[in-house]
Design a protein around this ligand. Structure first.
Ligand SMILES: [Ca+2]
Length: 665
């Protein structure tokens, strides 16, 4: 859906029904949101990272509002709130600062080059009509095409003609005549973001206008949102050892990797911290870190950036590229310990997905360590840990524009926490625990915000023991993923002990699964490689504005008679809006429900297919009603007695009734 705003400011009232209860919104009154929602709807959940979000679609503009739409491969769907503003040269969008600020961050999209590889284009920034600065936007890190692991060529055909392909309902290689797919085929990962220090502090009420210059080479410039904040002055630690003493170049012209190594070696001998002062430091390889503290002046000031480098021969780990990254020693070499990183940015240069490449912002094994207050952009994965390792705390980092995951606890990461982190625009899971070979155990993901993973899930758990996911805010997963996934997949160890999924809020999740051609759930429990029978307690979670279902439990069809899901318990849940059902069960097994309240439910409350035998005994999946399960939609109470315990109500593709925006309960 495309709506053109005829009068400046009209969009505010018409696009923000969720805010209607707050009173009439004047044209230039700033509309502050979190994940495109009224902040009161997500109070206490997600990260507090010190900036204020304003969606472009809520701001005065003479451009064109796109969306809202959840259709994958569209600009609108990958935007926060599934809506944005497209500007042609000469057009603007204007944000009124809701609080004093000296810095902004703009999430945007500009077109790709005709043959791929991206373009650069200008965007003017003025405050109260003055102080013009020009940002140089880029699409060099966006625009991927085709199937996994994706191509940068907008003219290429499917990468896997031997795969089942939904668009033709066929296997292209086995089909005569061979199907022809339009190009670009499955374009995605459209957005990027860029930070700008304004040079002084402006008061609340100042008007920050983003204008596409009349001569811009970008046919359209799409603005999704603007974050603003008051960035603190640079931190200086007089007791630390500056990398400048060892020859690092703060202008970024000379490579500073060797200088960083020398500073770290000195710091290890003298037991002093390493200091990265304000500046741009070029580092084109891994910096190995062990038993060292590295402090920057703040992530807006101390920037470590690098170029992607081709390796003449592949590294032992299979990498064919290297790039900027801070790496603990490999677990097989004992790993690293007592590493503390804070207050700087890591800006990579990764433009393609090569899963064997170690081109992550932070990697290796880091026990008894902390990572705090970093900004990580344009690496493959922000923080990819390969255990076994233990006791790592990852706090208050901003990780954006990644090729793959935001943070991944991979293989035997224990007693570790990721909390108060902000993750946006990952190309794969935002936060993941992947218990491959070794169990991730006693880990917690708490109070993080994860937005717009363009593929896969906001938070994903693949096996593990006694882990917790709590108080997170997860918004806008785009495709083949959910807000939260619990999956026996990717060769993971079994779920054992308990898994607590507590007090999280998802919004605009429950997406469409292209390969299955069905709708998912905002929480997706998936028994693909083994049964899931650990104690899974889903308590206090809110599932808002679910495109399809709120809750899905599924075993893939080829293994539906091998694996089941049991021992899952839902309690004190609020479901505000489902396009289809509250619960979709496509597996054998059972789950219990207590005080699961729902409203604005678009289809029958329980879509129960079981394991698809449809015998007179009913579905192979049973629901246990522990009371307090109230509310529903046009088809009646979501958990009506006639559905219990296992009435077959299977419908692969029920009509979707888009729910109204979430509102106070
Ligand atoms: Ca938006």
């Amino acid at each position: 859906m495309i709506a053109t705003v005829a009068a400046v400011g009209l969009g505010v009232a018409s696009r923000s029904p969720a805010l209607a209860g707050a009173g009439t919104v004047a044209a230039s009154t700033p509309v502050v949101t979190r994940a495109a929602l009224d902040p009161s709807l997500v109070s206490g959940r997600g990260a507090d990272v010190g900036f204020v979000e304003q969606e472009a679609e809520n701001a005065p503009t003479n451009g064109t509002i796109i969306g809202p739409s959840t259709a994958a491969y569209t600009l609108a769907a990958e935007a926060s709130g599934r809506s944005a503003v497209s500007l042609t040269p000469g057009q603007y969008v204007e944000f009124t600062l809701p609080a004093p600020a000296n810095a902004i961050n703009v999430r945007y999209s500009i077109p790709d080059a005709p043959a791929g590889g991206g373009i650069i284009a200008p965007l003017d920034v003025t405050v109260n009509g003055r102080q013009r600065k020009t940002m140089t936007l880029t699409s060099q890190y966006s625009w991927f095409y085709n199937e996994y692991p994706f191509s940068n060529d907008p003219n290429a055909g499917p990468l896997h003609p031997d795969w089942w392909t939904t668009e033709c309902n066929c296997v292209p290689d086995a089909t005569t005549p061979a199907p022809v797919f339009p190009t670009p085929f499955r374009p995605n990962h459209f957005y990027d973001e860029q930070r700008l220090l304004l040079g002084r502090t402006y008061p609340a009420g100042a008007k920050v206008r983003l204008t596409v210059p009349a001569g811009s080479n970008a046919a359209t410039t799409t603005i999704d949102l603007m974050d603003s904040q008051l960035v603190a002055s640079p931190m200086f630690d007089p007791h630390a050892v500056s990398v400048l003493r060892f020859g690092a170049d703060p202008t970024g012209r000379r490579d500073s990797a060797d200088a960083f190594d020398r500073a770290i070696a000195f710091a290890q001998r003298t037991h002093l911290p390493v200091y990265i002062p304000p500046g741009r430091f070029q580092v084109d390889r891994h910096i190995i870190i062990d038993n060292v503290t590295i402090e920057g002046a703040g992530s807006w000031y101390s920037i470590v950036f690098g170029h992607q480098v081709d390796l003449s021969t592949p590294a032992p780990d299979g990498s064919v590229h290297t790039g900027v990254g801070f790496y603990g020693k490999d677990a097989s070499a004992g790993g690293s310990t007592n590493v503390h990183l804070s207050g700087f940015a890591i800006e990579g240069d990764v433009r393609e997905r090569i899963d064997t490449d170690q081109v992550n912002g932070i990697g290796g094994a880091l026990s008894n360590s902390t990572i705090d207050g970093l900004y990580i952009q344009h690496t493959k994965v922000g923080i990819w840990l390969d255990g076994p390792m233990t006791n790592l705390k990852i706090t208050s980092n901003v990780i954006v524009d990644q090729i793959a995951d935001g943070i991944n606890f991979h293989t035997g990461v224990t007693n570790s926490t990721a909390s108060n982190n902000f993750i946006r625009n990952t190309g794969d899971d935002g936060l993941a625990m992947w218990s491959e070979k070794g169990q991730d155990a006693n880990d917690t993901f708490d109070h993080n915000t994860v937005q717009t993973p363009v593929l896969a899930n906001g938070i994903a758990l693949y096996g593990g023991t006694d882990n917790a996911v709590s108080n997170n805010l997860i918004a806008d997963p785009i495709r083949e993923g959910s807000g939260i996934q619990v999956g026996s997949r990717f060769g993971s160890q079994p779920f054992t002990g308990h898994l607590w999924i507590t007090n999280n809020t998802t919004v605009r999740a429950g997406t469409y699964e292209l390969n299955w051609n069905i709708g998912l759930g905002a929480i997706w429990i998936y028994a693909l490689e083994r049964s899931i029978n650990a104690d899974i307690e889903v308590t206090g979670d809110n599932f808002l504005d679910n495109t399809y279902n709120a809750i899905m439990l599924v075993s893939d069809y080829p293994v539906k008679d091998l694996y089941s899901i049991t021992n899952v318990h839902f309690k004190d849940i609020k479901v505000d809006g489902t396009g289809t059902s509250v619960v979709s069960a496509r597996t054998a097994g059972s789950a219990s429900f207590e005080n699961v309240q729902a409203r604005n439910v678009g289809a029958v409350g329980v879509n129960n297919c079981g394991s698809f035998h449809f015998t007179p005994a009913g579905s192979e999946f049973s629901l246990t009603d522990l009371g307090g399960n109230t509310g529903g939609g046009t088809t009646g109470p979501w958990l009506a007695p006639w559905e219990l315990p296992n009435t077959i109500t299977c419908d692969d593709r029920p009509p979707v009734v888009p729910p109204p925006p979430p509102s106070p309960w």
